[in-house]
Design a protein around this ligand. Structure first.
Ligand code: ADP
Ligand code: ZN
Length: 625
């Protein structure tokens, strides 16, 4: 069994090369490198980093460097899904096992995991609670257990998840494998709880400051009428930018969307009582920037991965400081300035108290009262907002005044400005903004071509860097933030062409650039990626061929290749199980080298297409055996 050998840091893994090659980043963010080196040295790690700090890289990169499998425990299927898609695009083998995956695909994934094929394997905490899963993992070359959102293990935290308690078993079951816990929001008490529950062994602790200098806080107690007026002004100022609005109840989500619509601002609702498909569609529309404003209850945003949110506006008092820090913290993950606006009303406090009084569990009720008092104090104290957050999380900042919160004298520009003058921003950046819009269009086209979310194609930070650097060659493209080897290969031609068209024509209104030609018979990486997606959706060869404007035979031959390379699991619906069994039996007699003898050994009505893919699957299995 492959294990991550304890390697002293001075042994010096080259971390820059993979960082640049796969991720397309030039440097580490604070603490990332130290955390990665601790993990590679076999230590347990506890890391507290604010949202946007770059936690995922900390467990992804060690697995890539060590060539073993990091098992990531994550509470959210959507997040697992996004990360697997992102890693796959970067050419890093990854998979997720959770209740949303079809059972044959799960079996296939589990088998491949045993063979050590994945660098990253995402599991839900419920999975890990099963003995069956533990037994399986013992056969997988696991080098690390990474616990994402580790504060969910603590009852003291604001997002306690009972399933997380099961993670306490990890230490007993896998005494030799390091555990790394990551969280963005943990008070001292919660941190202590995490170490204890996970039984971390002399963990290397890393805490990055909770002070997020690019966030501007503005808190105001108001009545509903003022709240609405301020909301509209804020949105006018942020027109065209990504904004999240949090409303306390489903009814208020709906009302707010309606209010915005009446004022000519397109916005989408998101809450727990919507039909799942619609909720998903709305989230995607927001993610892909079709509609930049989302109005949600707290159900929205967990696990969203959008870095360029310019404002988060709360229409009521959150339940706790942690909750507010986390939700507001979804703004400005790209490090650019962003506004966090809390417009609360006295009636929200009444509602919160009402719910707390109804709690039956005494201990839970006590904790809720404590949180309530803290958030009230946060809103009402005349103390720097940034400072209050830092002290809440156990930090003692050296400064008293941050200079960019309402207490320290900062005010949103839209509060002072006359409405009519609002949209007039500095026009020097206009040219760039147009290029950025053009690149977004390119990304949208590519995303729909690949059938994935836009932010997975390329993050906003990459688009901004593209607009800045305007690369003309592949080499220049590789210097763009977030474009690693694989993405340069996948998008290179299409992106460079789009950029060239833009600079030569600079059209006032442009047609979206065509992504890499899909009609080619050759299996490009993009084509493979789309086909993999369509296979996952359970489509047949004919339907895929129709969508891609190709012959079914071409699709069969691509899938044949993908199966041999073990990039997809067997498309179950494509061959009748009994016929598949017959083909396998024939192949067992004749060998896998040539198709002809297999065809001859079978009844006449067997087609080459079905034989090809069954055999390709067997070849794939044999190739790694
Ligand atoms: P977290 O989970 O801590 O909120 P993520 O891992 O999602 O943060 O990273 C936040 C953003 O920062 C992502 O868009 C990610 O691609 C980017 N990022 C992470 N590390 C780096 C780095 N070293 N250089 C540039 N961007 C980075
Ligand atoms: Zn301040």
């Amino acid at each position: 069994m492959i294990r991550m050998e304890p390697a002293p840091a001075e042994l010096g893994f080259d971390l820059m090369e993979p960082l640049r090659r796969h991720w397309g980043y030039e440097e580490f963010r604070p603490l990332q490198e130290s955390i990665i080196r601790s993990i590679l040295a076999g230590s347990d790690v506890a890391a507290v980093m604010p949202t946007g700090g770059g936690k995922s890289l900390c467990y992804q990169l060690p697995a890539v460097v060590a060539g073993n499998t990091a098992v990531v425990i994550s509470p959210l299927i959507a997040l697992m899904h996004d990360q697997v898609a992102q890693l796959s695009l970067m050419g890093i083998p990854a998979a997720a096992v959770h209740s949303g995956v079809a059972s044959n695909e799960q079996r296939d994934t589990m088998e491949r995991a045993r063979l050590g094929e994945y660098r990253l394997l995402y599991l839900s905490p419920e999975r890990l609670a099963r003995q069956h899963t533990v037994d399986w993992l013992k056969e997988v070359p696991v080098g690390l257990f990474a616990i994402d959102e580790a504060h969910c293990i603590s009852e003291w935290g604001h997002e306690f998840r009972p399933e997380y308690r099961q993670l306490g078993r990890l230490r007993q079951e896998f005494p030799d494998i390091p555990i790394a816990a990551f969280t963005a929001s943990a008070t001292r008490m919660v941190r202590h709880d995490i170490l204890r529950q996970l039984q971390l062994r002399s963990p290397q602790a890393y805490i990055r400051s909770f002070y997020r200098r690019n966030l501007r806080y503005y808190v105001r107690l108001c009545d509903t009428k003022t709240q609405r007026a301020l909301l509209l002004r804020a949105l006018a100022a942020h027109a065209g930018e990504n904004v999240i609005i949090y409303a306390p109840t489903i009814a208020e989500v709906e009302d707010t969307v309606e209010l915005l619509r009446q004022n000519g601002i397109a916005a989408l609702p998101y809450h727990g009582q919507m039909e799942a498909a619609l909720r998903k569609r709305n989230q995607e529309a927001w993610m892909s920037e079709e509609v930049p404003v989302m109005v949600g209850t707290i159900a929205f945003g967990l696990g969203i991965n959008k870095a360029s949110v310019r404002a988060v506006i709360h229409l009521s008092l959150p339940k706790s400081i942690e909750q507010y820090y986390q939700e507001a913290g979804r703004a400005g993950r790209d490090g650019e300035p962003a506004e966090c606006i809390l417009l609360w009303r006295k009636q929200d406090a009444v509602l919160l108290r009402f719910f707390i009084e109804k709690l039956e569990d005494k201990a839970e009720q006590d904790r809720s009262w404590r949180r309530y008092r803290e958030i009230r104090a946060f809103a009402e104290n005349e103390v720097c907002r940034h400072r209050q957050f830092c002290s809440h999380f156990g930090e003692t900042p050296k400064w008293d005044q941050c200079g960019h919160c309402d207490i320290c004298g900062w005010k949103p520009a839209w509060l002072e400005a006359d409405r009519a003058s609002l949209p007039l921003e500095p026009h020097t950046i206009e040219a760039d903004a147009a290029l950025l819009a053009y690149l977004r269009e390119w990304r949208r086209a590519m995303a729909s071509e690949l059938a994935i979310a836009a932010f997975i194609v390329l993050p906003d930070a990459s688009l901004a860097d593209l607009a800045r650097k305007k690369p003309r060659t592949r080499e220049e493209l590789r210097n763009v933030l977030g474009i690693g080897e694989r993405k340069a290969e996948m998008y290179g031609a299409s992106l460079l062409e789009a950029l060239a068209n833009y600079s030569s024509a600079a059209p006032p209104s442009f047609a979206p650039p065509q992504p890499a030609p899909p009609r080619e018979r050759k299996r490009t990486p993009e084509a493979a990626f789309t086909v993999i997606g369509l296979l996952r959706d359970g489509l047949g060869a004919e339907e895929i061929a129709r969508r891609k404007g190709l012959k079914p035979g071409t699709i069969y031959s691509w899938v044949e290749g993908l199966l041999e390379e073990r990039k997809v699991s067997f498309p179950e619906g494509w061959v009748d199980p009994e016929r598949r069994r017959q083909i396998e039996a024939a192949a067992a007699q004749t060998g896998l080298e040539r198709l002809r003898p297999i065809k001859d050994a079978l009844p006449e009505d067997f087609t080459y297409d079905e034989i090809r893919i069954v055999v390709a699957h067997l070849r794939g299995l044999q190739g790694v055996a």
